[in-house]
Design a protein around this ligand. Structure first.
Ligand code: ASP
Length: 320
């Protein structure tokens, strides 16, 4: 049987374990498991890597525990601007939206841009209008707000006044969700969705909707979804560079992703992480912060989820 695999992340801005009650962590892991199961059902039923990625990311966007969709970061103006992208490793087709305010599941809008327009990236109000015309769910901007993000914004603004912004935790600042998948036809896909940085200036766009920076997939090599300070990921074309290291320098997935996260990105002293899968279904999820919500199901069907260093083996899933 040809291998299938799914890997997901919920951002490298995971809070210290002691900062949230245990039921929050239990629910975070449960939502990671839900996202993995939804993607596995697609893949095990012979569905496409693109459908699996879209499905997993949409589950994470609907969860309040991650910085994407419901639960997204707030701008300094106190509202939300969301970015997302998706890439099909079989064709190199891709779609993205940025600075949108009304689309309930930005990943679905990115997919619609890829499949139903001649564009790759649509921004702002025009993207919201495009999604409405495409029949996607539209919500008020306030739908994305949670109490945790309100507190993070207040705390960052207070730090800015006191001049202690550099001491803010990764969790106060940012997060993202993403997924990568390999389907039974050998096709790879990647998708990423984010609210970006808390307290970001309106109009700021990070790496998430930039193909080659936050998201990249090419059949036969790898699919990659990134999290961390987007400006640096754009400058280093991180997701594409993982592919290039493997394709041109013959590095393994682990070598290529470790080099990016622990050498290139860590040199800037930024929080960084990613999830990636190769053509054999091997999944890696390196990060350099306290924690990164993540999970994967490899070709053996074993589901793993984690928020901090220790990894929990949840169950073994069957293939149809
Ligand atoms: N990469 C995202 C951005 O810069 C943030 C994150 O992943 O934490 O918008």
């Amino acid at each position: 049987m040809s291998p299938i695999a799914i890997g997901i992340h919920g951002g490298c801005g995971t809070p210290d374990r002691a900062l949230l009650p245990e039921h929050d962590w239990t629910q975070t892991r449960a939502h990671l498991a839900d996202a993995l199961r939804s993607a596995w059902d697609v893949l095990a039923g012979g569905g496409s890597a693109l459908d699996a990625v879209e499905s997993a990311v949409a589950v994470l966007e609907d969860s309040p525990h991650f910085n994407a969709g419901h639960g997204a970061a707030l701008t300094e103006a106190g509202d939300h601007e969301l970015d997302a992208s998706i890439m099909d490793g079989a064709t190199t087709e891709a779609g993205a939206i940025c600075a949108v305010r009304r689309i309930r599941n930005p990943i679905r809008a990115a997919r619609a841009v890829m499949e139903r327009s001649d564009c790759l990236l649509i921004a702002g109000d025009a993207a919201d209008r495009f999604a409405r015309q495409a029949g996607l769910a539209i919500v008020d901007n306030g739908y994305f707000t949670t109490e945790r993000r309100r507190q993070a914004l207040a705390s960052l603004k207070a730090r800015a006044r006191r001049g202690t912004i550099a001491a803010a935790s990764e969790a106060e600042r940012h997060g993202t969700v993403g997924a990568v998948a390999l389907d039974s036809r050998g096709n790879l896909a990647a998708g990423t969705s984010t609210g970006g940085f808390n307290n970001k200036p309106p109009g700021r766009v990070g790496d998430t909707p930039i193909i080659g920076a936050g998201t990249y997939a090419r059949n036969g090599v790898c699919a990659v979804s990134c999290t961390g300070q987007g400006e640096i990921f754009i400058r280093h074309a991180v997701a594409h560079d993982v592919w290039a290291r493997m394709r041109y320098a013959g590095e393994t997935l682990k070598q290529a992703t470790d080099a990016q996260v622990f050498d290139v990105l860590s040199a800037y002293k930024i929080g960084a992480g990613l999830v990636a899968v190769d053509a054999a279904g091997r999944v890696v999820a390196p990060f350099n912060t306290l924690g990164m919500a993540r999970g994967w199901i490899g070709p053996d069907g074993a589901m793993h989820v984690a928020t901090h260093k220790e990894v929990e083996r949840v169950s073994v899933l069957e293939r149809a």
